[in-house]
Design a protein around this ligand. Structure first.
Ligand code: FE2
Length: 376
């Protein structure tokens, strides 16, 4: 019987890196200029930095956007024969890099590669008049990469090679604060090896597990395990499809991403009703609201909450609880034409879990979308 809380389990991690948080999430996309406009207009990100031909980078363009502590980098290649173009051709727009903020990028590389991590970028020091950024990188699942970023001796806008991106177009933010967790989808029988990899190579600990008996609907199922570093600043749930009467949503992702990759990035807000209302007004598409019965049953299932239920129901916001508190969450539809990457908006009120009590309502909503795409 598993009696430790999530907070207690985190203490069991071997934090040899250690990690101070998510430094940035980099997306490889077909058209970074237009993607940047979408994240500014729809999500309220602010223009921060740019690298491209005008800054001496000949083969690609990258736009850095920020909101709260969340930094997104949107990168596109300028020619077809380029690793970024190859990535986009295979996977469509998606997350390439989950960058982690560390104290020592050289040591992080040594520690992880000596434990079996596969090299993506050997340690390198980038310098300009604002100081130095040291970085290195290893592969995780699929073609996805963890970069280790050390910036304690840097006071520039982002990193060497980038210039400040001044824009007259600056829509207001939507209250997004920080990256709460990033979820990876892996193939059949690949969840446990991936979990083992996070334990062995990264020193993470498995804080929660859900099997296909807990995460299923009439039609499809999946399994999930959540990996966390010791201080809980970065959490990576890993999903694997499971057999059901019809195609698992994880299988649909794997088919269309053409491999393993990041399924969703969860972003925290301090006022989910305000944030979601704003995002919807700006055209962000969310999954359908669950049926009325979900909200009628809510007080029985999660106990007393501070929020009024009416606006939650109006916006389709989901609520779940654990022994440490409760959380509110809502999921966007995929943000590309391929049914791959989407976002989660989450507000935590003490809960350290991920909304397992919502999985059934959530997946039934996802399956309605899958059926519309003819992929169920
Ligand atoms: Fe999530």
């Amino acid at each position: 019987m598993d009696t430790l809380t999530v907070s207690q389990k985190m203490l069991q991690a071997k934090d040899f890196l250690p990690i101070n948080g998510t430094d940035y999430v980099e997306f490889y996309v077909g058209n970074a200029k237009q993607a940047a406009h979408y994240y500014k207009t729809a999500f309220g990100f602010q223009s921060v930095a740019y690298a491209g031909p005008e800054t001496g980078v000949r083969d690609r363009a990258s736009y850095v956007l920020q909101q709260g502590k969340i930094r997104f980098v949107l990168t596109t290649a300028l020619k077809s024969e380029h690793p970024v173009s190859e990535h986009v051709k295979k996977h469509g727009d998606g997350v390439k890099v989950l960058a982690l903020w560390v104290d020592d990028a050289y040591k992080a590389y040594e520690e992880t590669t000596s434990r079996g991590g596969k090299s993506y970028l050997e340690p390198v020091t980038l310098t300009d008049e604002h100081g130095e950024v040291r970085m290195s990188g290893i592969y995780t699942y699929g073609e996805t990469v963890h970069m280790f970023i050390e910036r304690k001796n840097y006071n520039g806008i982002f990193m060497p090679g980038y210039k400040e991106w001044k824009s007259d177009y600056a829509p207001t933010d939507t209250g997004l604060l920080y990256v709460d967790h990033c979820v990876g989808n892996v193939g059949w029988n690949r969840m446990n090896p991936t979990i083992q990899w996070y334990e062995d190579v990264m020193g993470f600990v498995n804080i929660l597990s859900f099997d296909d008996k807990q995460i299923n609907t009439e039609y499809s199922a999946l399994m999930s395990k959540v990996m966390s570093n010791g201080n809980g600043y970065v959490k990576f749930p890993i999903n694997e499809p499971a057999e059901g009467k019809k195609k698992s949503q994880i299988e649909e992702y794997l088919d269309f991403y053409e491999g393993e990759g990041v399924q969703h990035v969860a972003i925290a807000t301090a006022d989910i009703v305000k944030t979601v209302r704003e995002l919807k007004a700006r055209g962000v598409e969310f999954l359908d609201a669950p049926p009325n019965a979900y909200y009628e049953d809510l007080p029985n299932r999660v106990g007393t909450i501070e929020e009024d239920i009416a606006p939650l129901q109006e916006l389709g916001i989901l609520v779940d609880s654990d022994e440490e508190g409760y959380l509110l969450q809502l999921f966007t539809k995929p943000v590309e034409d391929r049914p791959t990457l989407f976002f989660e908006i989450i507000q935590r009120k003490g809960a350290k879990s991920f909304g397992a009590g919502n999985f059934k309502a959530l997946f039934e909503s996802i399956e309605r979308e899958q059926a519309r795409r003819g992929n169920l």
